[in-house]
Design a protein around this ligand. Sequence first.
Ligand code: FES
Length: 116
Amino acid sequence: MDVHITFKPSGRRVQVGQGTTLLQAARKANVYIPTRCDGKAACLMCKVHISQEWAVHAGQPSDAERRKLGPLLDEGIRLSCQARAQSNVEVMIPEDKLKAAVRRQLERQAQEDELW
Ligand code: FES
């Protein structure tokens, strides 16, 4: 059975077989998710967010994922290399940390410029 995975914020959508990891699906959709351990639940770089409404569609966390994420699981954080699509699911890709820092700096600068 095939399922559809939608990646936010880009809105890219891909069709994959049920049980495909979200990381594999992202690669198929040309959505970048950083990794260093190549899917071994070791680097924690592949975190994604899945809202409560979609959580059940990403399957139960593996033991490795539970150990690595702990309480972050309750916030909807999953390791994309471990979470497997069980049915159609929507996945939020967190903003790159460097891009987020640059964006915050630009926003601060714009606020300061408005004050002058
Ligand atoms: S790719 Fe390293 S933890 Fe998922």
